[in-house]
Design a protein around this ligand. Structure first.
Ligand SMILES: *[C@@H]1O[C@H](CO)[C@@H](O)[C@H](O)[C@H]1NC(C)=O
Ligand SMILES: *[C@@H]1O[C@H](CO)[C@@H](O)[C@H](O)[C@H]1NC(C)=O
Ligand SMILES: *[C@@H]1O[C@H](CO)[C@@H](O)[C@H](O)[C@H]1NC(C)=O
Ligand SMILES: *[C@@H]1O[C@H](CO)[C@@H](O)[C@H](O)[C@H]1NC(C)=O
Ligand SMILES: *[C@@H]1O[C@H](CO)[C@@H](O)[C@H](O)[C@H]1NC(C)=O
Ligand SMILES: *[C@@H]1O[C@H](CO)[C@@H](O)[C@H](O)[C@H]1NC(C)=O
Ligand SMILES: *[C@@H]1O[C@H](CO)[C@@H](O)[C@H](O)[C@H]1NC(C)=O
Length: 503
């Protein structure tokens, strides 16, 4: 313990002597009842003359009443703190485990303002004190020990004030709720032993830190794995959920088609044959599509060829060819995805409205234009020219919308099919339904009437003028030429194009 100035003790405590019967009542009662003696001014004046370092001597002019009250509080505190001799010394304030009176004494600001210089130790531990560190205690700038442990103090630690307590060697803030890491001044922590800050909230909680580290160490790889798996899943199954720039254009996965068609529900089924089904689907971006699915299993070679052909198909662009959006190539099935077209097909258009000749010619010209384009761009492509499979666009243009992926797509066969198509346009008869042996007997039937007896062949529902009959006769001639496979009479592509234009 630091040596005390005996004279100081005398000066300070001499005031107490002048208050008889002190400590007979509570500190609050004493503060109310006791009055400074008449010679109080004289007493402290002479005290200050003897020892000018007394704290109250520096606060002038004297507030006699405040100074007197502080002596009353000092007397009580000295006794409560079990100082061995309250007459001669007053070295410590011990309010450990006194939650009822500790806040009361802290509230006597006038006492702390004149904090006796003899006090070297303040213990306020285990009092459930709340809020910020009571700043009153910093007036006692000479203290060597300060214990604030086991309270509920919170907020910031006033590092500045504490750094002014230059003689402080024992300091305890353990078991409080201060704000972590608010202290940038690392010197502050170096000055005191780390046991001063156990569970104070100030030091990083190592257990928590370890848990965080473990979580991070374990969690991050798991996160990465999950992300990779998730990303892989998206890439392979649902690339339509990926950002646009990561999607492979034109490539549809079975899962995308399944989602677009309500799991290939019957309600989305538009047409079905032994080898393929056509569905109407809605993609994630809201676009309506026509999905033609080929169920038959084919060799790996054929699948490869299918993909190669699709890659060309998606590049085709012509007003008479339905835009192909993409394909799906899978072990179980293959599919072609084209834009959904709302218009009717030529077959229903013919049978429903028996359209005028001029319109039929326009449709035929469109078909030839589409065919010639395909022939130039990609002669191997096969397509289906059945009137049922040719859609009318909103602008009234015919659209070749069904493609074939087999070997037998020779020019001759295509021109033959066009011949059947144009004969059908003139006659408005269904070769497949109205004739026993399909197209062959349909063509034979037309031949029977050509050229003398065409009245029976030309669509009776159509308005016919002499001019129209002549043109229709030319068209039938062209159709028969195209269907004549035997003698090499078929027109070439250029001839075909010219002849249709002339009609
Ligand atoms: C105390 O006494 C001094 C002179 O000794 C005087 O100047 C001062 O005014 C007195 N103060 C009060 C509050 O009476
Ligand atoms: C201090 O207070 C105790 C009671 O807590 C009392 O017994 C004792 O006499 C007091 N000491 C003085 C010096 O008044
Ligand atoms: C704090 O006080 C409580 C009772 O108020 C007591 O049970 C506990 O032991 C005390 N702790 C310390 C460290 O003094
Ligand atoms: C504590 O420090 C602040 C500035 O950091 C100062 O304004 C205040 O007066 C100090 N309190 C005491 C009791 O010294
Ligand atoms: C610290 O102690 C020394 C020696 O006891 C003393 O001179 C000095 O004034 C004290 N510091 C404060 C801030 O009280
Ligand atoms: C902290 O102080 C305690 C005793 O007061 C001592 O046992 C311990 O070694 C000190 N720790 C450090 C890091 O100085
Ligand atoms: C501060 O108080 C806590 C709890 O009472 C104790 O465990 C710790 O050792 C104390 N620190 C010092 C430096 O005495």
């Amino acid at each position: 313990m630091a040596p005390f100035s005996a004279s100081f003790l005398l000066y300070f405590l001499s005031i107490s002597f002048s208050i008889p019967s002190i400590l007979t009542a509570s500190v609050v009662e004493d503060l109310e009842n006791l009055k400074p003696p008449s010679d109080f001014n004289l007493t402290i004046t002479s005290n200050c003359l003897g020892n000018p370092n007394l704290r109250y001597c520096k606060i002038t002019p004297f507030n006699l009443h405040e100074i007197f009250k502080s002596t009353i509080v000092a007397s009580h505190l000295c006794n409560i703190s079990n100082n061995p001799n309250c007459v001669e010394s007053f070295p410590k304030i011990d309010l450990h485990c006194k939650p009822k009176i500790a806040p009361l004494y802290l509230s006597f600001t006038f006492f702390w303002k004149y904090c006796p210089l003899t006090i070297l130790s303040i213990d306020l531990s285990n009092n459930s004190l709340q809020g910020n560190i009571p700043s009153e205690i910093f007036h006692c700038s000479q203290i060597q020990e300060l214990d604030l442990s086991n309270n509920e103090l919170s907020g910031d630690v006033p590092v500045q004030n504490i750094s002014l307590l230059t003689n402080l060697t024992f300091f305890n803030l353990s078991y409080n709720h201060f704000l972590e890491c608010k202290i940038s001044d690392k010197k502050f922590f170096k000055r005191f032993n780390s046991t001063s800050f156990i569970h104070s909230g100030l030091l990083p909680n190592h257990k928590k830190f370890r848990i965080k580290a473990v979580l991070l160490l374990v969690g991050f790889p798991i996160f990465v794995v999950v992300m990779v798996v998730w990303f892989g899943w998206l890439c392979f199954w649902r690339p339509d959920f990926l950002p646009k720039f990561l999607q492979r254009k034109h490539k549809f996965t079975p899962s995308i088609l399944k989602a677009a068609t309500n799991r290939f529900s019957n309600r989305n089924l538009v047409a079905k044959s032994s080898k393929s089904s056509i569905y109407k689907g809605i993609l994630r971006d809201g676009n309506e599509v026509r999905i033609e699915i080929y169920w038959e299993t084919i060799s790996r070679e054929s699948r490869k060829r299918f993909v190669e052909q699709c890659k060309i198909l998606v590049q085709l662009y012509h007003k008479n060819i339905a835009p192909v959006l993409g394909w799906c190539d899978n072990r179980r099935f293959r599919a072609i995805v084209t834009k959904w077209l709302d218009g009717e097909n030529i077959e229903t258009w013919l049978s429903r409205s028996a359209p005028p000749w001029k319109q039929r010619v326009k449709i035929s010209i469109g078909i030839v234009a589409g065919m010639c384009y395909l022939h130039e761009e990609w002669p191997e492509v096969g397509y289906d020219l059945k009137t049922r499979n040719i859609q009318l666009s909103e602008e009234g243009e015919p659209l070749i919308s069904r493609f074939k992926f087999d070997h037998h797509n020779s020019s001759a066969k295509k021109i033959y099919k066009f011949g059947v198509f144009i004969l059908e346009m003139v006659s408005n008869r269904r070769p497949l339904e109205d004739f026993e042996r399909g197209e062959t007997s349909f063509v034979e039937w037309i031949k029977m009437h050509y050229p003398g007896n065409l009245e029976n062949v030309i669509d009776k529902k159509m308005r016919r003028t002499e001019h129209i009959v002549r043109e229709a006769t030319d068209a039938i001639g062209l159709g028969l030429m195209c269907t004549d496979l035997s003698s090499g009479n078929q027109p070439t592509w250029d001839q075909l194009s010219n002849m249709v234009s002339n009609v």
